[in-house]
Ligand binder design. Sequence first.
Ligand code: SF4
Ligand code: SF4
Length: 99
Amino acid sequence: MDRYVELVDWLSVLSKRDQEDWREIASLKCACTDCPSYTCCAKEKGEGLFCLEGRTKESIWPEGTDTCRCVDCSLALNHDFTEQYYCVKGSEGELRSGA
Ligand code: SF4
Ligand code: SF4
């Protein structure tokens, strides 16, 4: 079982409160705020963790093919995430299921 699947399974058995606490800590590791494509609107809305929560509700248009910071993100590296540009492509789970 890869570490993404383990993470999803582990999160699924946590209480809502514990899930929220985990997401709060995980969002501090999210490298999107260092990305040149991350907008002030997205920042004001506290957006991030697109790999788990899906596409942006704000307008993030990646500025180039090498701007995404997900490749260097500890969350992605520690949990076998396979994609980038989650803000526009959707979450890891959506992409794995072909949604
Ligand atoms: S993988 Fe990308 S979207 Fe997910 S936490 Fe890291 S930087 Fe943010
Ligand atoms: S998912 Fe990638 S391209 Fe989108 S804001 Fe985060 S680091 Fe930037």
